[in-house]
Design a protein around this ligand. Sequence first.
Ligand SMILES: NC(=O)c1ccc[n+]([C@@H]2O[C@H](COP(=O)([O-])OP(=O)(O)OC[C@H]3O[C@@H](n4cnc5c(N)ncnc54)[C@H](O)[C@@H]3O)[C@@H](O)[C@H]2O)c1
Length: 330
Amino acid sequence: MGMRVLVTGGAGYIGSHTAALLAGRGDFVVVLDSLEHGYRQAIGDLPLVVGSTHDGSLVKQVIGEHKLEAVIHFAAYKAAGESMTDPGKYFENNVHGSLRLIVAACQAGVRKFVFSSTAAVYGTPKTLPVKEGDDLRPENPYGESKLMVEQMLKWFDVCHGLRSVALRYFNAAGAALDGDNGEDPRHVANLIPLVMKVATGRAPALRVFGTDYPTKDGTGIRDYIHVLDLALAHARALDFLAAGQPSDVFNVGTGQGASVFEVLAAARRISGEKIPTEIFDRRPGDPAAVFADNRKAREVLGWSPRYGLEEIIATGWRWHHQHPDGFAGI
Ligand SMILES: NC(=O)c1ccc[n+]([C@@H]2O[C@H](COP(=O)([O-])OP(=O)(O)OC[C@H]3O[C@@H](n4cnc5c(N)ncnc54)[C@H](O)[C@@H]3O)[C@@H](O)[C@H]2O)c1
């Protein structure tokens, strides 16, 4: 018997891949999305409720009507840079919106909850790879908003028995293997979709910030995790909660770092495009390197990443090449 799951933000990038994977393995999925940054086309014919996590009575009605037993909560804003200029927007949507959702889900009888957290809760890591037990020192309101929700979830478990898994994603990237679903190029601030925008002629040059870091080629190193591997981690997290396991937190990354120049080289080779660059000084607050210790997710959730940088770039290119304006252009 499959599970019955509410997926908030399920019409967005990671949520739509997760909803498809869950539906494909036999779970019953209902998507709740405001469609502010998501697309109906991203979820095919899965049931979609257009609405907000702030709307507690809608959440309760949807959970009750469809007898949903678990929530996977993606709905949030995700631009760390923007959160520094408009922190209120991030606390309102990511914290207040999550609180309304959690309260409503609890009232509707849900006791299993999977939450999209982020490596940004660590800030600049003191040691690498980053482990779940390392210091949590977010350096922007976005990261703080996610940590606040992790902390709220701890208390909803203590007080209401809502068991949760927080998945701290590293850098989500890549697209569906057939290139039919991928990241919206309109709202991206991350390296790989920015590289793709240059490759598809939607931006003139890739801005590289810092070529004098103490790394192998001087550019920043990040842990890029394929969106399909992230989707799989959510399925494993649901199974973990369904098996009665206690609330926990897991890093979801490959454990391997790739530099900006390595990403560029792979993208040039795979796309055949030149992808010009402009070099700038380092940006304040950008760590030289961040990558995950993923042993806990491997050992406890039985999850392991199936794709590396090659597949990330190849699938991402397939999507962006075929859909240079994303779903907005279809
Ligand atoms: N993309 C990454 O690299 C990354 C890394 C770490 C964590 N995350 C987290 O993963 C989650 C999903 O990220 P994504 O890349 O798929 O982003 P996305 O913007 O593509 O998806 C978010 C979806 O949530 C919807 N939404 C936003 N606020 C809402 C609300 N209040 N009510 C209902 N719907 C709402 C949007 O319309 C959108 O469809 C986010 O919580 C993000 O913070 C993403």
